[in-house]
Write a protein that binds this ligand. Structure first.
Ligand code: SF4
Length: 77
């Protein structure tokens, strides 16, 4: 599978992936700060939601935060 083109513009490109897989939400701040500056944050987030990515920080949200967002969207749909 080829990776989506937005990945080429990702702020996390070339960085240590470990940063994006923190052991807890409390340790996700570094990753979130990088996502906060990322030009493709929304695309990344939608990709993670669409592919049901379970682990790691995507689009500035942790796994738990993404689950919360999915629940909120279901309620408002
Ligand atoms: S939003 Fe975060 S995880 Fe997604 S591409 Fe940007 S820096 Fe990487």
């Amino acid at each position: 599978m080829t990776s989506p083109t937005w990945r080429k513009r990702a702020a996390c490109k070339g960085l240590d992936p470990e940063v994006f897989y923190p052991a807890s939400d409390e340790e996700a701040e570094e990753a979130k700060a990088i996502c906060g500056e990322c030009p493709v944050r929304q695309l990344c987030l939608e990709h993670a939601l669409g592919h049901r990515e379970r682990d790691g920080v995507w689009g500035g949200l942790t796994e738990r935060e993404r689950r919360r967002l999915v629940r909120q969207r279901r309620k408002t749909a």
